[in-house]
Design a protein around this ligand. Structure first.
Ligand SMILES: *[C@@H]1O[C@H](CO)[C@@H](O)[C@H](O)[C@H]1NC(C)=O
Ligand SMILES: *[C@@H]1O[C@H](CO)[C@@H](O)[C@H](O)[C@H]1NC(C)=O
Ligand SMILES: *[C@@H]1O[C@H](CO)[C@@H](O)[C@H](O)[C@H]1NC(C)=O
Length: 610
């Protein structure tokens, strides 16, 4: 296995960037992180006095997770300037865009060349400018294939067949895995020097659904084996084959289809730039566009960072993770295009509030307090704020105000009252957190099924998507809202499960040491008596199965009322969690898990234009 050795973001934390990061300097801390002074240093049990609603002040033993303070300095974030915010860059970009559009519409290019271009546009992060054209080309391609399937596949090589299959499925067209039959018959005498064909085949195999036995059981395995052999023989060769080896190693580390889009884009821009036959207009467009979009993201980050400071939650709740930059980073994983800034700003707030509430349940609150907290979300009654322990009041009130303010916006713009759905989603997630707190308190060890039934909700994805749908969708459907609210959207459950399982694969040792409920790995070990190694293999297999189901749902959704872009955003949460938890707990310990480097490369380092 080639897990994680080559996948490196260029480590260019420029000197000006260093000031953004706290870098452990006490001087910078004092600007912003007052709470570091109050932070208890002990690891396990911290005894803190608190005032109960009754007024007496008993000493309550509390846990601490000893989370690192925020790595980012708010004031320095605010002072980030970006030269790509001007209209001149945008005008330049738009001219380049029209040139690329001509390439896409050029009738003289072959079909395969068109598909290659679409693939590059997607990987380079600029396909959002050409959605209509791309959809047209793929629709025609799908209809042609269906008219005479045999003729159409016979004339194409492995690379083109697999590429077309992947692109069509990515866009929700139900193409059959039988397109690979020709190659399966021949694979005994397979041309192993067709490395591009193999990569293409390997990547396509991740678009499988449950019923695609060939793809899952045979093709993916076969292609991966061939690619590993290729790296073994060519890993140390000359520079000429270097870029292709890098591509193979990258694919084996994690398939393109599972990757956080924008991070994959950043990586691919460098790789594409080194290609001898690169398109000069295209590369100019993508670099400029990357920088322009980055400037948009930076402004949003400044906004949410200021909002977060104003809530006062980070300074009041010293035990909770102070992760506004990371919480914003998640939203880029979910939806990256510049026009969705409003969605990202709202979702970053929701993420930050969920992170805080999660820590109240997981770390700080006593069971009695947590029951009160849950009841508060169920009652949704601001008049009963004083029934809550003091430290919970601000948090509840901030959520209450945010939800009402979102509801107000949506009522104004879309004339639908979504507040009942939003507030229910908070009560639901709190109830799921409470179930875990009760399990912990009682030493209950759930079996896998019982665990997963609650765990996909306690990872907060259902709450996230109720908000996301309301804010994102122009044409709100009450029916969709209801199914989301009642946890009936299968694709959300699958994405949430990937999120949970990816998290379990890395956070288990830490959380268990602190004293947490058993996670999926432990549940499986208890259920079956399997070793931890086997349990991890099983959990990875569960993640594969969730992807198969999501792929199926994606194709189903093409003919449903759910917007395709929403479905894509749901799947993107799974991608984002696989990014956050690839090398450790990127949300709790971003630096250790290499997330800080990733954030810097996407949010702060622009791409030099030559
Ligand atoms: C950029 O263009 C927009 C609209 O096209 C205009 O409102 C804005 O004032 C311009 N900004 C600058 C700095 O020229
Ligand atoms: C499709 O093309 C193949 C090969 O050219 C041909 O044998 C077959 O009859 C065609 N099928 C239809 C339905 O036109
Ligand atoms: C795709 O087509 C196959 C064969 O017609 C069918 O069995 C399957 O259910 C379809 N999948 C989706 C997601 O509609």
């Amino acid at each position: 296995m080639y897990r994680g050795i080559y996948y490196q973001i260029p480590k260019v934390i420029l000197s000006s960037m260093a000031s953004l990061l706290q870098m452990g300097s006490p001087l910078i801390y004092s600007n912003f992180l007052v709470k570091t002074i109050q932070r208890p240093q002990s690891f396990t049990c911290t005894i803190l006095a608190k005032t109960t609603p009754g007024g007496e002040s008993p000493v309550v033993p509390r846990r601490s997770a000893k989370y690192q303070p925020s790595l980012w300095n708010h004031h320095n974030l605010l002072s980030v300037e970006n030269k790509y915010t001007n209209n001149k860059s945008v005008r330049e970009r738009d001219l380049l865009k029209e040139n690329v559009r001509k390439m896409l519409n050029d009738e003289s290019t072959t079909h395969t060349e068109q598909l290659k271009l679409i693939d590059d546009l997607q990987k380079l992060g600029v396909s959002y400018h050409f959605e209509r054209e791309i959809d047209n080309i793929l629709t025609i391609s799908y209809q042609k294939d269906r008219r005479n399937f045999t003729e159409y596949t016979m004339e194409k090589d492995l690379y083109a067949t697999a590429l077309e299959f992947r692109l069509l499925r990515q866009h929700g067209f139900n193409v059959s895995e039988d397109v690979f039959n020709v190659f399966m018959e021949n694979c005994g005498r397979f041309e192993s020097d067709d490395i591009n064909g193999l990569i293409s085949l390997y990547e396509a195999s991740y678009l499988s659904t449950k019923s695609d036995i060939k793809l899952q059981k045979f093709i993916r395995f076969f292609a991966a084996q061939q690619l590993r052999d290729f790296v073994d023989t060519n890993g140390n060769k000359d520079l000429a084959s270097c870029h292709i080896v890098q591509m193979v190693v990258q694919a084996l580390d994690m398939p393109y289809y599972w990757r956080m889009r924008r991070l994959a884009t950043r990586w691919y821009i460098d790789i594409y730039g080194k290609r001898p036959n690169k398109n000069p207009v295209l590369i100019e467009l993508v670099k400029l566009d990357f920088n322009i979009v980055q400037a948009v993201h930076q402004e949003e980050l400044k906004y949410v960072s200021s909002w977060w400071r104003e809530t006062g939650l980070a300074s009041q709740l010293h035990f909770a993770r102070d992760r506004i930059v990371e919480n914003y980073f998640w939203t880029i994983g979910q939806i990256q295009e510049p026009q969705f800034g409003y969605v990202r700003r709202i979702m970053a707030k929701i993420n930050a509030l969920l992170t805080t509430i999660d820590d109240i349940y997981d770390i700080y609150g006593t069971l009695e307090e947590l029951q009160l907290f849950t009841t508060a979300f169920e009652n949704w009654d601001v008049n009963r704020l004083d029934e809550l322990p003091e430290y919970m009041r601000l948090c509840f009130l901030v959520v209450y105000n945010e939800v009402n303010s979102i509801g107000c916006d949506i009522l104004r713009k879309k004339n639908i009252n979504v507040i009942p759905f939003l507030k229910k989603s908070w009560a639901d997630v709190c109830n799921a957190y409470l179930v875990e707190a009760i399990w912990y308190k009682r030493g209950h060890k759930p079996n896998m099924e019982e665990y997963m039934q609650n765990a996909w909700k306690s990872i907060a994805a259902p709450t996230i998507f109720v908000h996301f749908y309301c804010v994102f969708s122009d044409q709100l459907s009450i029916q969709v809202l209801e199914t989301l609210s009642e946890h009936q959207q299968k694709i959300v459950r699958c994405s949430a499960s990937v999120f949970r399982l990816a998290n379990d694969l890395v956070t288990s040792p830490d959380e268990l040491a602190r004293g947490d409920v058993p996670k999926s790995i432990q549940c499986y070990m208890t259920d079956t008596g399997a070793s931890e190694v086997k349990a991890r293999v099983h959990v990875r297999q569960m993640i594969n199965e969730m992807w198969d189901e999501m792929n199926y749902e994606k194709m189903q959704s093409r003919s449903s009322v759910i917007p395709q872009e929403f479905v894509e955003a749901v799947m993107n949460l799974a991608r984002m969690s696989q990014c956050m938890y690839q090398y450790g707990d990127g949300h709790g310990s971003p630096e250790k898990a290499k997330i800080t480097d990733r954030i810097v490369s996407l949010l702060f380092n622009s791409i030099p234009l030559d």
